[in-house]
Ligand binder design. Structure first.
Ligand SMILES: [Zn+2]
Length: 279
């Protein structure tokens, strides 16, 4: 049975050599030399969405938009929402406010010029807005974004603001923050919104968690993933920690099938549509 509530489907459009855990293996100067896989994987995602008649929000790196302008046009032409994921995929807390402003404004400009549409949503790389980097909200607001989806209220070693709000809230005058969804269970916020957790849990557990969330909460849920998660044939990165290896490569070959189940079992649309009443 499909649950009637619409939920937001989001993709962070970046390539396998741009993930934060691999930043030492692939310094930015080497990005142009790597085998580009993001274009093909994102097209694969677009064709799955077309098959299921689903619209989504693609938070895209400025770097990717510059490299693959045709892909950006396809995303928009097929009725999806284009969002911004920064230019270089730098974590906010590793930049000065000035560097962040330059990166974000460059990315927004490239995305808008390439697509011909206004980009009003932003997602920080690695959900890296927290207490120390909350100044970023001022800059996102000033640059004219109407929403951000950059916080994840869970305990995690690389990100997370477990004591921050779980539902959309006005974080600045005209800027809405839409946190990644969590399931409240036994006094804790459990991650149920995609990425590595969706590959880790058996599909039936993910489905149970999302159903339980929808029964308990009135706010829609939000799901995210990356094009490299649907690409089991991507080059294997050497000299990484066992933990990074596990997290990045776990169940890549199962992802596509699980995604299709998710698209059938729940209703999905763009951030702009799903959170319209809050914006
Ligand atoms: Zn990212």
């Amino acid at each position: 049975m499909t649950h009637r509530q619409f939920n937001a489907l989001t993709i962070d459009v970046e390539d396998y050599f741009q993930v934060a855990a691999f930043s030492k293996q692939y310094p930015k100067e080497t990005w142009d030399l790597q085998e580009l896989r993001v274009e093909k994987s994102t097209r694969r995602i677009l064709s799955i969405f077309e098959k299921h008649q689903v619209k989504a929000t693609f938070f895209t790196l400025g770097w990717v938009a510059q490299k693959c302008p045709d892909l950006i046009k396809e995303i928009v032409d097929q009725g999806h929402e284009l969002g911004c994921h920064g230019y270089w995929h730098n974590k906010i807390n590793e930049q000065t406010p000035q560097q962040f402003r330059e990166d974000l404004s460059l990315a927004k400009q490239i995305l808008e010029q390439t697509s011909g549409v206004e980009v009003c949503g932003y997602r920080a790389p690695s959900f890296s807005i927290n207490k120390e980097s909350s100044w970023a909200f001022d800059i996102i607001n000033e640059l004219g974004f109407s929403y951000s989806s950059s916080t994840y209220p869970i305990n995690h070693d690389h990100y997370g603001t477990p004591d921050w709000p779980r539902f959309p809230y006005l974080v600045r005058d005209s800027l809405l923050e839409i946190p990644v969804s969590t399931l409240r269970l036994c006094g804790k916020n459990l991650p149920i919104s995609g990425g590595g957790y969706f590959r880790l849990y058996p599909y039936l557990l993910s489905r149970w968690a999302l159903r339980r969330y929808l029964l308990a909460e009135s706010s829609p849920s939000l799901f995210y993933f990356h094009p490299w998660e649907i690409d089991p044939l991507q080059p294997r990165t050497e000299n990484i920690s066992a933990k990074s290896k596990f997290r990045h490569y776990l169940n890549l070959s199962k992802f596509e099938q699980r995604l299709e189940c998710l698209l059938v079992d729940f209703n999905w649309s763009t951030m702009r549509d799903v959170y319209q009443k809050y914006l």
